[in-house]
Design a protein around this ligand. Structure first.
Ligand code: SF4
Length: 462
């Protein structure tokens, strides 16, 4: 095989297939009720993240900044952080402030945990002008040069849980409560997860939950902190749950699921994103095991409907070849789903540098293992170079794949994050049997449309 561009010795990333680490953290923080993200670093970082989030969710997304300037980079950002905390507390009156770091703050070695201890001591002594308000503060270290938005996402969940759930004490398991730690999914996916959890009839904590805060209705007056999000009190109860279902595999050694298991004795059920029948079956059976309740009939009927759709659409998808890319967990779930419906994911790529990615994808594939190019630390130039040799039929991924679609002349089926060039990215349903059905229909219809467009006369039966 000739892969000319990819084999050239580039040291730079060209057209990155990953996003910035604090971006992932900010999404988590906007998924906690009454919480405001505060980026410790330059204005530009928070502006970029706001811009990115707004163009996908089409909602306001306030992200505060400690506003580094040249002198801060030299003398440190402690005073900027203190001022930012005071200002944010006064103007937003939040229940919590989640602080996340930028590349610059990490590069100059800012000791944010120490700053926060000093700030809290000063606040306790009445030394801050915060009008008696005392939001909870917690911190996620998110150096973007060491990871992607997914590292920031998982780190922020860990920061919130370790600050708010059980306060590190061992709490005996004594309820039928379910913890569900979602992944970087759409607002519609979160609403689907709520429906699934509610159907089991037990209390639960879904974290994070930006289903309303980043996809709400209209307002009479501007809300600085939109309604919705995981309640802080519910995060506080995560230590007393009967089990945690953690969707996806965090790249770091620590994560909130492990933290809850080690500190509060909450059993951990690590599951792939529920896309495809097999992943959904595993997900639903974990919920059933934790809650002690059978899977409600409603989902059995949806499962059956999905299998029926697989049968109906099989002739359109079987043997087709796809390029998939994005977050490691998302790509692994898509790979398993495509494998299940007879599509060969000829390229499974992520921008994350993750030595475990290859094994993760191979583990997801039952039928097409030998035909798949698995690329980690990949950019879109590399993906394109490989794709040119592999004759794919379609691309499944976020809007940044438009460039591949144009070059290869094949359809891009938009899913994941970000979807900047269409309306409704936040309402794409990927998860559950219904989400899988949605993706299946999208793929079938895209392939049928591409075929239809090949003929002058067009056929209405395909
Ligand atoms: S400098 Fe770092 S933290 Fe800031 S936007 Fe760029 S990648 Fe993100």
């Amino acid at each position: 095989m000739t892969v000319s561009v990819a084999e050239e010795n580039y040291t730079s990333t060209r057209n990155a297939c990953k996003l910035c680490s604090p971006l992932g953290a900010c999404l988590v923080l906007r998924g906690i009720e009454g919480c405001i993200p505060l980026i410790h670093g330059s204005q530009g970082c928070s502006t970029y993240i706001r811009r990115y989030g707004i163009s996908h969710f089409r909602e306001p997304l306030d992200i505060a900044s400690s506003n580094f300037v040249e002198s801060t980079a030299i003398f440190g950002g402690r005073e900027n952080l203190f001022t930012a905390l005071d200002n944010v507390t006064r103007s937003y009156k939040p229940e919590a402030i989640g602080i996340t770091s930028t590349c610059l703050a990490e590069t100059i070695g800012e000791d944010v945990p120490m700053y926060l201890r000093q700030y809290l001591a000063s606040r306790e002594k009445g030394g801050r002008d915060t009008k008696g308000l005392a939001p909870v503060l917690f911190y996620a270290s998110t150096p973007s040069y060491k990871g992607t938005h997914m590292d920031g996402f998982h780190e922020a969940i860990l920061a919130a849980v370790s600050a708010l759930a059980g306060f590190g004490e061992r709490v005996p398991v004594k309820t039928d409560r379910i913890n569900l730690v979602s992944n970087f999914v759409s607002a519609e996916d979160l609403r689907e997860l709520h429906s699934i959890l509610q159907s089991f009839g037990v209390p639960y904590t879904l974290l994070p939950d930006y289903s309303e805060s980043l996809d709400g209705g209209t307002w009479e007056t501007y809300q600085k902190l939109p309604e919705g999000g995981t309640k802080i009190a519910d995060i506080g109860r995560m230590g007393e749950a009967a089990g945690t279902v953690y969707l996806g595999i965090p790249p770091g050694k620590k994560d909130a699921g492990k933290w809850l298991e080690e500190n509060c004795g909450v059993p951990l059920f690590r599951r792939e994103l529920p896309i495809g029948i097999e992943n959904n079956d595993a997900f639903f059976s974990s919920l059933s095991e934790i809650s002690g309740k059978p899977v409600p009939d409603l989902w059995e009927r949806q499962r059956s409907r999905l299998i029926d759709a697989y049968i109906d659409g099989h002739k359109y998808v079987n043997g087709k070849r796809a390029v998939i890319y994005g977050e490691e967990d998302f790509v692994a779930a898509l790979a398993a789903f495509l494998d299940e419906i007879g599509v060969v994911p000829v390229i499974a790529a992520t921008g994350a540098s993750n030595p475990g990615f290859k094994a993760h994808i191979q583990g997801a594939l039952k039928n097409t293992r030998r035909d798949v190019e698995i690329l980690d630390d990949a950019d879109f130039v590399t993906i394109l170079a490989h794709a040119r040799e592999l004759a794919p039929d379609f691309i499944l991924g976020h809007s940044k794949g438009l460039y591949l679609s144009r070059e290869l002349g094949i359809p891009l089926i938009r899913c994941g994050f970000p979807v900047h060039d269409r309306i409704g990215g936040q309402r794409i349903l990927h998860l559950g049997y219904r989400g899988t059905l949605n993706l299946f229909d999208l793929i079938c219809n895209s392939l049928m449309e591409a075929k239809q467009n090949q003929f002058d006369k067009g056929y209405t039966y395909l």
